[in-house]
Design a protein around this ligand. Structure first.
Ligand code: HPA
Ligand code: ZN
Length: 319
């Protein structure tokens, strides 16, 4: 049975498969420090979030043209569509690409071309979310955000990602307030490796509409009660949590307790090329590990649409 799903936590650059990294490096004349796909893949063992991010940022340097962005967006959507995705809210890291000399327009037009083609071909709808790096100064995020707003780039919302520990959400208060004032949706990674208090800051200071990961809320019963009361969407990525050691094993993942508590959880793939699979693999892994019922799976699928930025009518027509 394939349930219709909304993918709300997917980093475009995290869908860059090793084979594509080699193909783009060859096309763009870039020397990779690996002899083969197998040698690259041998590095996909992570101890924590940072050890993954180091490789993730190095690999995305093969993206050099607008066409490259279109190609990887199409490849991701092709794969996602096959696993039941009917709506996607795609993250990308503008700072990474601007740093390499691409313009915001080149990046966004390439991604948008891929998104629009998939909508025409399969009816997969989309939103595009620019994620800012929390390891970089807030001033860098603000500079790009102002460019997005003043040059009217086709962006639906902003997010906050990268290294979490030591970079609390409150550092980005002004950035998020500016984004909200200009009608952009706001989400943030919080409580992946960082403490429950970062989730509270994301709610109170950044006023996010959705929390990415959020699993560490389970350390704080008062916060759980609030998230349940507010029915705050939490985009949980089980295979990512295992591969980045946010949990020891899949059996230790708090998903069953989160569902039991009444949290508005949905499942997502985060960086599928790095963490062992796309949305279908994430769902099968937890369904098997926790013997989820059809009713649990339907709740998770419904939550994915209810947590999305689709309007009510569009949401109903997708379910
Ligand atoms: N956490 C933070 N930043 C990221 C992630 C993640 O899981 N994936 C890509 N950027
Ligand atoms: Zn993420």
């Amino acid at each position: 049975m394939i349930l219709p799903l909304a993918e709300l936590h997917i980093h475009l650059e995290g869908s860059l498969e090793p084979e594509t990294i080699f193909a783009l490096a060859s096309k763009n004349g870039i020397d990779l420090p690996y002899e083969s796909v197998e040698e690259l893949r041998a590095h996909y063992e992570f101890n924590n979030l940072q050890s993954f991010l180091d490789l993730f940022y190095a690999n995305m340097a093969v993206l050099r043209t607008s066409e490259d962005f279109k190609e990887i967006t199409t490849a991701y959507l092709n794969r996602a569509h096959a696993s039941g995705v009917r709506h996607v809210e795609l993250f990308f890291d503008p700072q990474a690409h601007i740093e390499r000399g691409l313009s915001l327009s080149e990046v966004i037009s390439g991604i948008r071309a891929g998104l629009e083609e998939a909508e025409q071909r399969w009816g997969v709808t989309h939103k595009l979310i620019a994620c800012f790096w929390r390891h970089a100064p807030a001033a860098s995020a603000m500079e790009i955000l102002k460019m997005i707003v003043t040059e009217n780039h086709a962006i639906d919302g902003i997010g906050l990602d990268s290294s979490e520990l030591g970079f609390p959400p409150e550092l980005f208060e002004e950035v998020f307030s500016y984004a909200r004032e200009h009608g952009l949706h706001v989400v943030a990674h919080a409580g992946e490796e960082g403490p429950a208090d970062y989730i509270r800051q994301a709610l109170d200071v950044l006023k996010v509409e959705r929390v990415d990961h959020g699993i560490r809320c389970m350390d704080d019963p008062e916060l759980v009660a609030r998230l349940v009361k507010e029915q705050m969407p939490l985009t949980v990525c089980p295979l990512s949590n295992v591969r980045l050691r946010a949990v020891e094993t899949l059996a230790d993942h708090p998903l069953p307790q989160m569902l039991e508590a009444g949290l508005k959880v949905s499942l997502h793939s985060d960086d599928p090329a790095y963490f062992g699979g796309y949305l279908d693999a994430n769902i099968s892994a937890v369904a098997e590990q926790f013997s989820l019922t059809v009713s649990d799976l339907a709740t998770l699928a419904r939550n994915s649409f209810e947590g999305s930025f689709l309007d009510e009518a569009a949401r109903k027509s997708r379910l």
